[in-house]
Design a protein around this ligand. Structure first.
Ligand SMILES: [Zn+2]
Length: 68
C-alpha cells in the first residue's frame, strides 16, 4: 500500500506561503503583477500574518490566516 508523506522540512507555513506567493501577487489597487515579488510571512504560533507591498503603487496587502 502507498502512503502519501509530507516531505521532511516542509511545514504548513511553508506550504501556505508558497500558495500565497504563487497566487496573489497581483495588486488589488492597481493591478500590477509583481512576478518577482513574494509575500512575507510571520507567525505568532496560532495565526499567520502575510504582507505584500506593491512595488508599483505602494499599496500594502495583508492577509491573516488562523492555523487552528
Ligand atoms: Zn499596486
Amino acid at each position: 500500500m502507498s502512503i502519501r508523506r509530507t516531505p521532511r522540512g516542509t511545514t504548513a507555513l511553508d506550504r501556505l506561503r508558497e500558495r500565497y506567493t504563487d497566487a496573489e501577487r497581483v495588486c488589488s489597487s492597481c493591478g500590477y503583477d509583481d512576478v518577482d515579488g513574494e509575500w512575507s510571512a510571520k507567525t505568532t504560533g496560532s495565526d499567520v500574518f502575510y504582507r505584500h507591498i506593491c512595488p508599483s503603487c505602494g499599496a500594502i496587502e495583508t492577509r491573516t490566516l488562523s492555523l487552528k
